[in-house]
Design a protein around this ligand. Structure first.
Ligand code: AHZ
Length: 306
């Protein structure tokens, strides 16, 4: 039996004004002596935050797309999707306080970020300058890539980032006719709670329903490869291939090529895919993350166009 039709109430949508100029204050000799902010009561600040956050929770409880993980692949996916379809509600759930995953540094502790051609077209699209070499380009600091991409993504009115929030399970449905399993959303919790289920009494999670979930949680690690590991533990796929050793050339092409819907409703992109397919890792070259994000967004767009 199919679930009852869902009615979604119109949410509270705040309107933000864009900043125009750097503020100027009266240019008197002792202007800093007399400088004072407008008065505010502390509870006003609390309400300014919580009213909007809970409105967002309400609004995005029914999303069109949930992106799990805000690393270089997840953010690239969000950018392409949000720009192409302003009518889609896109929730990004990121376990860390700081979105960006591994893309704040190029590799080891080095600043520069390398992208092999033709990934520079993505940099052109989001307006990030780079130095051009023969077969690759270099952004002077990985943080310039991540901060620019993040600022663009967060500027879209149809995107909400829930950071410090972990996806700790998938919502699934079985098609009553075909018996096919599909992903229908995510189960979330504050990351600090998710990390302490073993030593605190149970704190049940929250949920977000969405017909399309795009998982970009990176390769295996404390939080990595989350969705595909869960597919194995729920017997939706038999086993993981396991990420192989480093081969830049093989790895980047494979990740972009194999970005796909793994089971209905769940698209996987970025390094999470290497765990499914037994693909190589590429190490510190990020073009495949941007282009896999573009591919993941296109797979989702096809689903919405069907
Ligand atoms: O915090 C994680 C990170 O920001 C987040 N994440 C993981 N599990 C999550 C969960 N709920 C919510 N259960 C979760 N968020 O996902 C993000 C993954 O970002 P990443 O930078 O690790 O992955 P990516 O695939 O976007 O980029 C991979 C970059 C790599 S790894 C690599 C190598 O090891 O060789 N080379 C490159 C370019």
């Amino acid at each position: 039996m199919s679930p009852p039709a869902v009615t979604v109430e119109k949410p509270y949508v705040p309107e933000f004004k864009s900043a125009k100029t750097i503020p100027t204050f009266p240019d008197t000799v002792n202007k800093w002596e007399t400088f004072a902010f407008d008065y505010i009561r502390e509870s006003t600040v609390s309400r300014a935050m919580t009213k909007r956050y809970f409105a967002d929770l309400d609004n995005y409880a029914e999303s069109d797309v949930v992106i799990v993980g805000a690393g270089s692949c997840g953010l690239s996916t969000a950018y392409v999707l949000a720009k192409s379809r302003p009518d889609l509600k896109i929730a990004i759930v990121e376990a860390g306080v700081a979105p960006g995953g591994g893309a704040w540094l190029g590799g080891q502790l080095f600043s520069a970020m390398v992208m092999r051609k033709p990934a520079q077209t993505f940099l052109d699209e989001i307006g990030i300058p780079y130095e051009e070499e023969d077969t690759y380009v270099v952004v002077k600091h990985a943080a310039l890539f991540t901060s620019t991409l993040l600022s663009k993504v967060l500027s879209f009115p149809n995107v909400k980032l829930f950071n410090a929030t972990a996806v700790e399970d998938l919502i699934t449905r079985v098609d009553p006719v075909t018996g096919e399993l599909r992903v229908a959303g995510v189960v979330t919790n504050w990351t600090l709670v998710s990390m302490h289920h073993d030593d605190q009494s149970c704190m049940d999670p929250n949920t977000i329903n969405a017909p399309v979930v795009i998982s970009t949680t990176g390769h295996d690690g404390p939080f990595g490869a989350f969705s595909v590991k869960r597919l194995v533990s729920m017997a939706a796929i038999e086993k993981l291939g396991g990420m192989r050793g480093l081969d830049m050339n093989a790895a980047e092409d494979a990740i972009v090529k194999h970005t796909r819907e793994i089971i209905p409703g769940l698209i996987v992109g970025g390094m999470e895919l290497s765990e499914v397919d037994g693909a190589n890792r590429m190490g510190p070259t990020f073009g495949a993350m941007a282009v896999s994000g573009q591919h993941a967004a296109e797979v989702a767009l096809q689903i919405f166009d069907e």
